[in-house]
Design a protein around this ligand. Structure first.
Ligand code: DQA
Length: 175
């Protein structure tokens, strides 16, 4: 079973009520449910972990970068890909970028809003440089497209590994 880790960054637990004109009115739970449903359709297992769900949003906020980093590190075993909306950490966190680079799993970066159309401080993403791709501005659909894209990427990678003569040569050379 293919396992994809889905990580939501800070303040995304407030979706549905938070700045609705920017982020829409869909809650994170309903985004997660749609993702899980699509994963079932694709035959992928999605592990949705979420920082700050619940009441202690402010208290846990300062820890969540580290928590996200820990989760990314742990994903090195048992997962084949990551979908991440690092939220504000997109623009600040070299630690999250480094963790993603260290683990080396194909990663799709998702943003509900189009970060390139917003304030200049949101235009730069530390994560984009280590991501397979970035989806920005398509709202909750972005998560679903990310899952489809990652699934297709992993399937293509698997096929390529199987059929590549280079991979056979490497195998026999290492014997
Ligand atoms: C966001 C965009 C970020 O700039 C912002 O800090 C968020 C959400 C998005 O999904 O559009 O919290 O990642």
């Amino acid at each position: 079973m293919r396992r994809i880790l889905v990580l939501h960054g800070p303040n995304l637990n407030l979706l549905g009520t938070r700045e609705q004109s920017v982020y829409g009115n869909q809650s994170l739970d309903s985004i997660d449910s749609a993702l899980i449903k699509l994963a079932q359709d694709l035959g992928v297992e999605v592990d949705v972990r979420q920082s700050n769900r619940g009441v202690e949003v402010d208290v846990r906020q300062s820890n969540s970068e580290g928590e996200l980093v820990n989760w990314i590190q742990e994903s090195g075993t048992g997962y084949q890909g990551i979908i991440i909306n690092p939220a504000a950490y997109t623009h600040t966190s070299i630690a999250i970028r480094d963790a993603l680079a260290a683990v080396g799993l194909p990663t799709v970066e998702v943003h509900l809003s189009n970060i390139h159309q917003r304030e200049p401080f949101r235009h730069h993403s530390h994560v984009a440089g280590v991501a397979l791709g970035q989806i920005s501005g398509l709202g909750p659909t972005g998560y679903l497209l990310a899952l489809r894209g990652l699934h297709d990427h992993l399937s293509a990678q698997k096929k390529f590994k199987k059929s590549s003569p280079g991979s056979r040569r490497q195998k026999s050379a290492s014997r």
